[in-house]
Design a protein around this ligand. Structure first.
Ligand code: GRF
Length: 277
């Protein structure tokens, strides 16, 4: 699986960017960019040999700034943009140009507390928990589809800074995982799941990607985007193939279980006796 090229946009310390770099799976950080040439995270990235880009919009205006940012992203071959503490609002035109390919980490349980001062607002409201969310960026501030959340309890005596520190740790665990899932195509994910099963092998076969164990197929992915797996026949007869339409929002936990069961229906006895999956 070719790692997907991601740009991380920062405005300051960049601790989320560092987490995205250090925990990268299924993607590679092809550019670290900033609207603040003195952003601390830029130096960290450059010291690790990562390509960096920075420009202050001051004096040139947003359209010119975004045009140069856009060029830098395309020249770096970027397919996905991850905002990580990037504090400058993107124009509607820029969001439209990168429709569905920009994600952001926000320090609240969206849709609660869009905007700033999220921790102080959660504490003031007497909430029992706070957290962070990764969402797709749209024209609406903090308004796009939420791809993942992580909950953090608010403890007695917490102030905004104490809570922010615990939420930031949760951000560093959540963001790389969600970004990996976001850049992976459905086939990437199926391949990832199949590769965890004992003696699973992959081959291309007449427009399908076939996953087999001991040469017995247990999952087939068609170029049209349909997954076929084996299921136990209701009458106990031989397992039969079933097509699964992933739909717009696949339940990957369920799909992983189905693929594993299909592996069990296909695997030779010695592999099952050896403890199977
Ligand atoms: C993070 O809390 C993030 O959720 C918010 O800005 C902060 C940036 O921190 N958008 P860092 O620069 O990644 O350390």
């Amino acid at each position: 699986m070719a790692d997907k090229a991601v740009a991380v946009l920062i405005s300051g310390r960049g601790s989320n960017m560092m987490a995205l770099v250090e925990q990268a799976r299924g993607y590679r950080v092809a550019l670290v960019a900033s609207d603040k040439p003195d952003a601390a995270g830029l130096a960290w990235a450059a010291a690790r040999g990562l390509p960096t880009w920075s420009l202050s919009p001051r004096g040139i205006g947003k359209p010119a700034y975004e045009a140069q940012l856009d060029r830098a992203l395309r020249e770096a071959g970027v397919g996905t943009i991850a905002l990580a503490g990037y504090m400058r609002l993107l124009s509607d035109a820029f969001v439209a140009r990168w429709r569905g390919r920009i994600v952001n980490i926000h320090p609240s349980l969206l849709p609660l507390y869009k905007g700033l001062d999220t921790h102080a607002r959660a504490i003031a409201a007497g909430d029992a928990e706070a957290g962070c969310s990764v969402h797709v960026v749209t024209e609406e501030l903090d308004g796009g589809t939420v791809l993942g959340r992580s909950r953090v309890p608010i403890l007695p005596g917490d102030d905004a800074d104490m809570l922010a520190a615990r939420v930031l740790a949760a951000e560093h665990a959540l963001y790389p995982r969600i970004l990996t899932e976001f850049v992976m195509t459905p086939l990437d994910r199926i391949r990832d799941m199949a590769s965890l099963l004992p003696e699973a092998a992959e081959r291309a076969d007449r427009g399908e990607t076939v996953f087999a164990v001991a040469d017995r197929p247990f999952a087939r992915w068609t170029d049209g985007g349909t997954l076929h797996i084996r299921t136990a026949a209701s009458d106990g007869a031989a397992a039969e193939w079933r097509a699964i339409d992933l739909g717009a929002d696949p339940d990957w936990t369920l799909i992983e279980d189905r693929i594993a069961r299909s592996w069990e229906l296909s695997a030779p006895a010695h592999l099952l006796e050896a403890g199977g999956r």
